[in-house]
Structures are given as structure tokens and as C-alpha cells.
Ligand binder design. Structure first.
Ligand SMILES: Nc1ncnc2c1ncn2[C@@H]1O[C@H](COP(=O)(O)OP(=O)(O)OP(=O)(O)O)[C@@H](O)[C@H]1O
Ligand SMILES: [Mg+2]
Length: 297
């Protein structure tokens, strides 16, 4: 795996930032060259409705395997709504409907023969607020593997240890695996939720503002973790923290809202999607520049 700086034009771009007043630290991806990996998700004119309200429209983008993609944009622009589309969470929201095409490995995620349960097993999600089950630390992590049929204690012990190590939590909890997960700190609970998600070996981990309730130390641990997990998983993260998007992601998608002539309501749309270094130093669209420099949104 190459360790060279992946984005050829990043150094020049970083030397001469065009607009941002707030400096966004951009750490170019270390593991692979941008775009070197296969396309995992292919979105074509995706739109999402809640009843008759079109919350998001015109989302066309490709997400590559083993990259970290950040979604940024002002509140209400549809980041969570698009994220939920990737693992069919809209199926459980009455009135919600996804239009356009969302392909995963070239397969229509919303195709007739596609099982939403299988989609959610392959594409896991970590939410804004840590949501451990009121069970022991061990049983939280073992929950998914048990549902998927892992039965022997030895197998489960292995999976639990591997997942907790993967989530950089093992050393802190190995002596209290049978204690309640609810007795952990917020940062530990969030890492437990990540362990629970990776325990079923998904291909993709969706994260909706996973650090918004955490202090800077816990946030830094989760960011380090993301870098480590990237070689095994594809990560899509929603964040309001632009420094975080700059630090962790390979590519960034900027969404905003605009007035929908059809409904006279504001609808979310994808403005610009590019290498993170490009978005934060030399964006193509004026709205992106205004947003990242804190002049709008
Ligand atoms: N379950 C729902 N039912 C109806 N409308 C919804 C629902 N969820 C979101 N919306 C609407 O869809 C639009 C996009 O919301 P969404 O939560 O995706 O925005 P967001 O970019 O994630 O915002 P934030 O940064 O505040 O989390 C908003 O107008 C919101 O009110
Ligand atoms: Mg949201």
C-alpha cells in the first residue's frame, strides 16, 4: 500500500489558500491514492421525500471503497437524510421515499430483490448520541454476531476482543466486560457503539456527527480510530466540525439548501464534491467558499 502523499496538487493549494479566514488543517490521505480504489456507491440524481416534501434533490456522486468521505453543510441541508439512504433507514420512516438511483457494488440498493436487513448488516451506522443497549459491555458487542448465528463462547469471546481492540477500547474495559455499558463515559460509549458496529464486519460504516457530544480528547481518539479503520472499512461521516472534516476525510461533499420552485420550501442539494484539500483551499463554487470561511450557514 502506498504511503505517499495522495493528492498531487495539495501542497500548492495549501500554500495559497484562496479565501478561508478560519484555517482548516488538511491532512491528505495516507493509505491509498485518491480514486485508486473501486467505486462502492454510485448515486445518480438521488432525491429523498418525506411525504410530499422533497427534502433533498439532485445528489449525484461516487463514493470509493476504503476512503473517508465527509458530508458538511448547514443544518437542514439533508446530510442525515442522504446518509440514511445508504443503509435503507428510510424504510422505517413512514412517508419517506428515495428517488433516483443509489447503487452499491453496481446493484440498485432499492431494487426489488434486495434485502434491507442484509443492506444494514453490510452498511452499519453510528449515531450522534451514543446509544449502547442497557446490557453489559460484552453483550453490546456480541449482540450482532449472536443475531447472525455466532453461538460458541470461544467465537464470541474472540469477536468481542477483536472488535473492542478495533475500536481502541479493549485496554480500558477488558477487566469489566460484564459491567453495564451505561456506566461508561460518553467517549467510551461512542467507541463501544463503533465496536458494536464493526463486530458484524460491515463493509461500510456511516457516522452521523459521531463526536458532537464528546470532549476534544475523546474526539481525537475517534478521529485516530477512523484513520485506522479506513483500511478495513469505507467510512462516510457527517460533521459540523470543518477542522474534523479536514483532518479525517479524503473527500468532502458540501450540501446546502435552496428554494425549491415546486414547493416553495427549502430543499437540500449537493453543491460540490471533491478532494478534501480542494474543497478547503480552492473550492469551485462560491457557496462552498462562503460556508467554509464562516460567512454563511
Ligand atoms: N423524519 C422526517 N420527517 C419529515 N421531515 C424530515 C424528517 N427528517 C428530516 N426532515 C427534513 O428534511 C430536511 C433535511 O433534514 P436533515 O435532518 O437531513 O438535515 P441535516 O443536514 O442532517 O441537518 P442537521 O445538520 O441539523 O443535522 C429538513 O428540512 C428536515 O426538516
Ligand atoms: Mg443531521
Amino acid at each position: 500500500m502506498s504511503t505517499e502523499n495522495a493528492i498531487p496538487d495539495a501542497p500548492e493549494a495549501q500554500k495559497a489558500p484562496r479565501a478561508p479566514q478560519k484555517r482548516i488543517e488538511v491532512v491528505p490521505p495516507k493509505a491509498t491514492k485518491l480514486g485508486e480504489t473501486e467505486v462502492l456507491f454510485d448515486l445518480d440524481k438521488v432525491e429523498v421525500y418525506y411525504g410530499s416534501f422533497r427534502a433533498v434533490r439532485g445528489v449525484t456522486m461516487q463514493i470509493h471503497k476504503n476512503e473517508i468521505t465527509a458530508f458538511i453543510g448547514p443544518s437542514g441541508c439533508g446530510k442525515t437524510t442522504v446518509l440514511r439512504g445508504f443503509n435503507r433507514m428510510h424504510d422505517v420512516i413512514p412517508g419517506a421515499r428515495v428517488g433516483g438511483k443509489m447503487r452499491y457494488h453496481g446493484i440498485d440498493l432499492y431494487g426489488e430483490n434486495v434485502s434491507a436487513t442484509e443492506v444494514r448488516r453490510r452498511i452499519g451506522m453510528v449515531f450522534q448520541k451514543p446509544n449502547p443497549f442497557p446490557k453489559s459491555i460484552y453483550d453490546n458487542v456480541a449482540f450482532g454476531p449472536r443475531v447472525n448465528g455466532a453461538k460458541s463462547k470461544a467465537d464470541l469471546d474472540n469477536i468481542v476482543e477483536k472488535s473492542l481492540r478495533g475500536a481502541a477500547l479493549w485496554d480500558e474495559v477488558k477487566d469489566r466486560l460484564k459491567s453495564s455499558a451505561l456506566g461508561m463515559s460518553g467517549g467510551q460509549q461512542q467507541r463501544l457503539c463503533i465496536a458494536r458496529t464493526i463486530a458484524v464486519e460491515p463493509e461500510v460504516v456511516l457516522m452521523d456527527e459521531p463526536c458532537s457530544a464528546l470532549d476534544p480528547i475523546a474526539t481525537a481518539r475517534i478521529e485516530d480510530l477512523m484513520h485506522e479503520l479506513k483500511s478495513r472499512f469505507t467510512i462516510i461521516i457527517v460533521t459540523h466540525n470543518m477542522q474534523q472534516a479536514g483532518r479525517v476525510s479524503d473527500r468532502t461533499a458540501f450540501f446546502t439548501t435552496e428554494l425549491d420552485s415546486k414547493s416553495d420550501r427549502r430543499t437540500g442539494t449537493l453543491v460540490e464534491y471533491d478532494a478534501t484539500s480542494k474543497i478547503f483551499t480552492n473550492p469551485s463554487d462560491e457557496r462552498t467558499e462562503q460556508y467554509i470561511s464562516g460567512r454563511f450557514g
